[in-house]
Design a protein around this ligand. Structure first.
Ligand SMILES: [Zn+2]
Length: 165
């Protein structure tokens, strides 16, 4: 849950939540283009045993977009709720994305990005300051929104890497 990342060069710590939706949608389009550009023989292959295949990064992002929207809903609907941390490695392994249809996943990812963007655009005044505790860390709606964008930006690099794009 970050809005500054030295690894991928992302720094949107001053971007207001209201501006995140359109930017997220643009980055998500780049993700979809990158996935479609990965050579078929590399799409489902892990470069190393502990590094996800490109299609697994897409599956993770599909989950991540729904999770971020759900977190924002919880933070706005309740008074600083506590939400347990999730393990992305576990859920990606359980979903078996390497056996999934890539166009199905791209469609689901796109719909979840659009839903998250619409949700951000419709946030009531002051909602960006609503907060929750994820694991042991207090976070605001504004950070959750920027973090969703960072997820796409960060994994765009992971998806491009194995194909050398
Ligand atoms: Zn990053």
């Amino acid at each position: 849950m970050e809005d500054v990342c030295t690894e991928c060069g992302f720094d949107q710590s001053s971007t207001p939540a209201a501006d995140v939706g359109p930017a997220l949608e643009r980055t998500a389009t780049e993700v979809a283009d990158a996935v479609r550009s990965v050579p078929l023989e590399l799409l489902r292959r892990r470069p190393e045993p502990r590094t996800w295949a490109p299609i697994e990064y897409l599956g993770h992002l599909r989950e991540s977009m729904a999770f971020h929207r759900w977190l924002i809903e919880q933070a706005v609907a309740q008074d600083h709720p506590e939400v347990p941390m999730v393990d992305p490695d576990e859920s990606v392994a359980a979903a078996d994305y390497r056996g999934a249809d890539v166009e199905d996943l791209l469609g689901q990812f796109h719909r979840r990005v659009m839903r998250l963007g619409a949700h951000l655009a419709a946030l009531p005044p002051g909602a960006a300051a609503c907060s929750l505790t994820l694991g042991d860390r207090p976070i605001t709606v504004a950070l959750i929104a920027r973090s969703a964008w960072h997820e796409c930006h960060h994994h765009l690099g992971d998806i491009r890497r194995p194909g050398g794009l």
